[in-house]
Design a protein around this ligand. Structure first.
Ligand code: ATP
Length: 613
């Protein structure tokens, strides 16, 4: 499956052939609209944006470029037999629950859609080096005891199985192809909430399946949109769903996942990210897009070139939402969401996901949400106890030899299997290059990923690491969030970050999807400000805290999120409402078992319930 620039380089010849073939007749091809749909209540559509085909739900009479009507999912599915999936005619079937519209956009995409499960040549190396089957037999029971906090109005109850959710047969089939046997806790809660059309702020531990939790409802929602067909005006495309993530690699990964989930649904997912040639991404967009996965910078570029319009967005998801809304990204996100014609909150559905959600970011995020539901699976910002955390006191000058000892021991003990991957985090790009060089010189094949490398180098490095060819990856924080690399058995914080949230994300590159992992941190006097938060985090995750760390923790380190600093332990609205005698946030929900308030002391307030798995 070709998804990235590095891939595209190796496949360029094939690609040119495909693009030539595809660039000619499509825009003029029209879609067959069944008679019973032709006279549908078009009057309820303010559809001035004309589609690429005659059947567009928004093909309007005025053609004036005003905003297409935005209908929230679940409303008015009056065309219950409206159409079949692109794959439906081929035997995939569009049934399995609810409405499925024709997502073909006027083009028969069956022949061109690469099977993302089948011929993924990138998997060959990996399969050679690693024998286990991904996702089958995953121990998600490990997550069963995790406390769940849900607050908001009219919260739909969680589900226990995928069968209980009406995602449609094709999506269900893709879920089976992914070997997902049952939903993870965050999926059990978040998917019904999202399918009910609610805005959502969801916090769940690293590696617990958040990607699917926002992808499934978006794909399913788009499949259900009556008449909503892929739209293009001139060279401008109008995606229905937008997923933003902070790094290029993460955007590619989400794109890969979303393509698997949407296989044969007719929902087209396209990725756009910086550092890669824009022309190829433009060509891909021109072929049609329902869901755009993007990094903010490249998206702004596409918006300013008027190659993408956000006018038709119904679903907006921010992955790593706290990072997207921190000082670095927030102005760009605000520009995208508030100044680029995107439907207002309330007119679109917005979902924010992360493993960490500091309170002030929660507050800021509420600018983008409308009457949202807050969901926390596990304590906000906590790490999973699937990860064994070790902290060792290592002087700056001893770090390299200490790392070497660890790597030798790992090699000799074979604790984590012959091909266990080790991810080493360092502070600076130069530091990454220098450490990688030194490791290679000492017989440990390594590679690096950081902001000074070209995108092509970054992607090749990641692939070489994933395949086990270079089983050590030295990285800066660019690899800290979201990356799902199955066989990372050990994360080493060679240089600790300044922020405990960054630590949580970094160690979360191991111990994913129910598997166990090991995280080792080198601590010294330059990390004092982290001592307290680190000790607390470890304690919370039932880890052994060394006495010396407890000592440092007690001496200071007031950057402690957990004692009233920036730590968002729960829905910030609830914390604020508690300050106002709980009045602000209790309205309208007394009858709902899942919309309760949780007592700040940890127990539940009388008369209200919260969901525990
Ligand atoms: N229901 C499921 N059953 C089995 N495996 C699953 C299920 N849902 C997700 N996974 C797998 O779990 C792994 C982690 O999922 P994902 O990357 O979405 O985690 P995440 O919560 O987004 O992590 P992070 O916070 O680090 O971004 C992936 O390999 C994914 O394929």
């Amino acid at each position: 499956m070709r998804t990235s620039w590095a891939d595209s380089v190796s496949n360029s010849a094939a690609e040119i052939a495909i693009s030539d073939k595809n660039s000619l007749p499509r825009p003029t091809r029209s879609t067959y609209v069944p008679p019973h749909l032709r006279s549908g209540s078009i009057s309820d559509l303010s559809g001035p944006v004309s589609g690429t085909n005659g059947g567009s739900r928004w093909t309007g009479s005025d053609g004036g470029g005003t905003k297409p009507e935005l209908r929230r999912q679940g409303q008015g599915n009056s065309y219950a037999t409206a159409g079949r999936d692109a794959a439906g005619g081929g035997g995939g079937g569009g049934g399995g629950g609810g409405v499925r519209n024709n997502r073909s956009g006027g083009w028969d995409r069956r022949e061109r859609e690469v099977n993302p499960f089948g011929n993924d040549d990138k998997m060959d190396d990996i399969k050679q080096n690693f024998s286990e089957q991904e996702n089958s037999g995953i121990n998600f029971d490990a997550y069963e005891d995790i406390p769940v906090e849900v607050s908001g109005e009219n919260v739909p109850p969680p589900v226990n199985t995928f069968a209980e959710i009406d995602l449609g047969e094709i999506l269900n089939q893709n879920i089976r192809r992914c070997k997902y046997v049952k939903p993870t806790p965050v999926q059990r809660h978040a998917i019904p909430i999202a399918l009910a059309g609610k805005d959502l702020m969801a916090c769940a531990q690293t590696g617990s399946g958040k990607t699917a939790a926002f992808c499934f409802p978006i794909i399913s929602g788009i499949m259900r949109e009556p008449y909503a067909q892929r739209t293009r005006v001139g060279r401008t495309v109008y995606p229905l769903g937008l997923i933003l993530s902070p790094t290029r690699e993460l955007s590619c990964q989400i794109h890969d996942e979303a393509k698997k989930f949407s296989y044969q649904t007719g929902v087209k997912v396209v990725v756009a990210y910086g550092g890669a040639p824009i022309n190829q991404q433009l060509r891909e967009l021109e072929r049609g897009v329902d869901i755009l996965v993007a990094t903010p910078g490249r998206l702004v570029d596409l918006l300013e070139r008027a190659r993408v319009s956000l006018q038709a967005i119904r679903y907006l998801a921010l992955d790593e939402a706290d990072r997207m809304l921190d000082m670095g990204f927030e102005p760009q996100i605000r520009k995208i969401v508030e100044q680029m014609n995107m439907p207002n909150r309330g007119a679109r559905q917005t979902m924010l996901f992360s493993a960490t959600f500091p309170r002030e970011i929660q507050r800021l995020a509420s600018d983008f949400l409308s009457n949202h539901i807050f969901l926390a699976v596990g304590r906000v910002g906590s790490s999973t106890d699937l990860i064994v955390q070790r902290v060792e006191f290592v002087l700056e000058s001893d770090k390299r030899s200490h790392l070497m000892d660890l790597l030798h021991a790992q090699r000799e003990n074979g604790n984590h299997g012959k091909q266990a991957l080790t991810l080493v985090f360092v502070e600076t790009k130069k530091g990454a290059d220098s450490l990688e060089h030194w490791l290679c010189m000492n017989g440990f094949p390594s590679t690096t990923i950081h902001g000074d490398r070209t995108q092509q180098e970054r992607e090749l490095a990641l692939r070489s690491f994933k395949s086990g060819k270079t089983p050590i990856l030295v990285a800066t924080d660019v690899a800290a969030r979201g990356l799902d690399i199955p066989h990372v058995a050990h994360v080493v914080n060679f240089d600790l970050p300044n922020d405990i949230d960054d630590y949580v994300h970094r160690i979360g590159r191991t111990g994913r999807a129910g598997k166990t992992g090991l995280a080792t941190a080198f601590f010294n006097e330059s990390n004092l400000s982290l001592a307290r938060a680190l000790a607390e985090l470890m304690q919370e995750a039932n880890q052994e805290v060394p006495a010396w760390l407890t000592h440092y923790a007690s001496r200071g380190g007031n950057k402690n999120r957990r004692s009233g600093g920036r730590f968002g332990g729960c829905d910030f609205r609830r914390e604020e409402s508690i300050g106002k005698n709980l009045d602000y946030y209790s309205g309208g929900n007394s009858g709902n078992a899942y919309g309760g308030l949780v007592d700040i002391s940890g127990g539940y307030a009388p008369g209200v319930t919260s969901a525990w798995d």
